[in-house]
Design a protein around this ligand. Structure first.
Ligand code: OGA
Length: 330
């Protein structure tokens, strides 16, 4: 597939100032930003936000801890490797669309036993600041995601907090630290699998929305109308995209966009997506404001907990196909 030349602002994922949305959601500036968010969700399924409210010094510390984790000796990382029973911890051989990705990852969620897998986080023995930094960052991303959810609801003509009961205090969101090295991380482990040609192969995110922090090395691309578009790294911005469940809730008004990450050839890259997901027992169906006589529901109900469980099985399997929302289409 061709990569688009980006010559005009129209060819770029929009950059939206959300400061006013979160401060006073009835102001003119907020209403404009909410319209821009709704439009971006309908066209790109992606946008960037500035003035999102997460302080720069907190983000700097998250980067420091992330770099420190991946710089640990391999045996310390493998001591917290995730497995089929529990998806929390380190991994360096993820399969997305059944092809190996050129990356290392670390996944964690809220503390305690998670309600989908019945498992707990695995934490590295060091650095000491890693765990508190990462848990505080997960809380900050949750707050930002709840604010964004309000804008998404208003864009669908729903009361701002309409979806909060499925998320507030009971969400199953999780954080992924991505490290895209220049050297193939599996090469040193003597893998007999074919070389990885992308950092992360093309996919949609399974849940509601994703809040992604990327460093200054670009590599993320979104697919639209037959082209791949770069999502440039912008200092202080976060990248937001809609996931499969948002596409179902909105009855296809908002798109879960296909995206991918390039493999790194000359400079290593780090990114940190927070996948904001509903409660384990949430059943996802098109919302009342988006169905009617002229617009029937396009999907059968989806049990989030079981959908997510099946989707992450695909991270380990090089057989079979990953569960997709198209299988629930009427
Ligand atoms: C992912 C993902 C994009 C990026 O980890 O699922 O899409 O820029 N990452 O790293």
């Amino acid at each position: 597939m061709p990569v688009a030349e980006q010559t005009s602002a129209l060819d770029q994922v929009p950059i939206i100032d959300v400061g006013e949305v979160f401060a006073d959601s009835s102001s003119n500036a907020a209403v404009q930003a909410i319209d821009q968010i709704a439009e971006a969700c309908k066209t790109w399924g992606f946008f960037q936000v500035v003035n999102h409210g997460i302080p720069a010094n907190r983000i700097d510390e998250v980067w420091r801890q992330t770099h420190a984790l991946f710089a640990l000796p391999v045996d310390e990382k493998l001591a917290i490797v995730r497995d089929r029973q529990s998806p929390w911890g380190f991994y360096n051989n993820e399969l997305t669309k059944n092809q190996r990705d050129k990356k290392e990852v670390f996944d964690y969620t809220r503390e305690g036993v998670d309600p989908i897998y019945g498992q707990q986080n695995r934490w590295p023995a060091r650095p000491a600041e890693f765990r508190p930094t990462m848990l505080a960052y997960l809380d900050a991303c949750t707050e930002l995601s709840l604010n964004l959810l309000e804008a998404f609801c208003r864009g669908l003509d729903l009361p701002a907090k309409f979806m909060h009961p499925d998320f507030d205090g009971n969400h199953t969101g999780f954080m992924r630290l991505n490290y895209y090295p220049v050297e193939d991380p599996m090469a040193q482990l003597g893998s007999d699998r074919p070389a990885a040609d992308l950092g992360v192969h093309h996919h949609t995110d399974a849940g509601a929305l994703t809040v992604l922090l990327q460093d200054e090395v670009s590599g993320l691309q979104v697919f639209r109308d037959g082209f791949w578009y770069d999502i440039p790294a912008i200092d202080g911005a976060m990248v937001i995209n809609t996931g499969d469940m948002m596409q179902v809730w909105s009855n296809d008004i908002y798109k879960a966009a296909i995206h991918r990450g390039l493999a790194m050839d000359t400079r290593e890259r780090y990114s940190i997506p927070f996948f904001f997901n509903p409660a384990a027992d949430c059943t996802v169906s098109p919302l009342p404001s988006v169905i009617g006589e002229d617009r029937p529901s396009l999907y059968h109900p989806i049990e989030w907990g079981s959908f997510r469980g099946k989707r992450s099985e695909g991270d380990y399997a090089d057989y079979g196909t990953e569960v997709q929302i198209s299988q629930y289409r009427k």
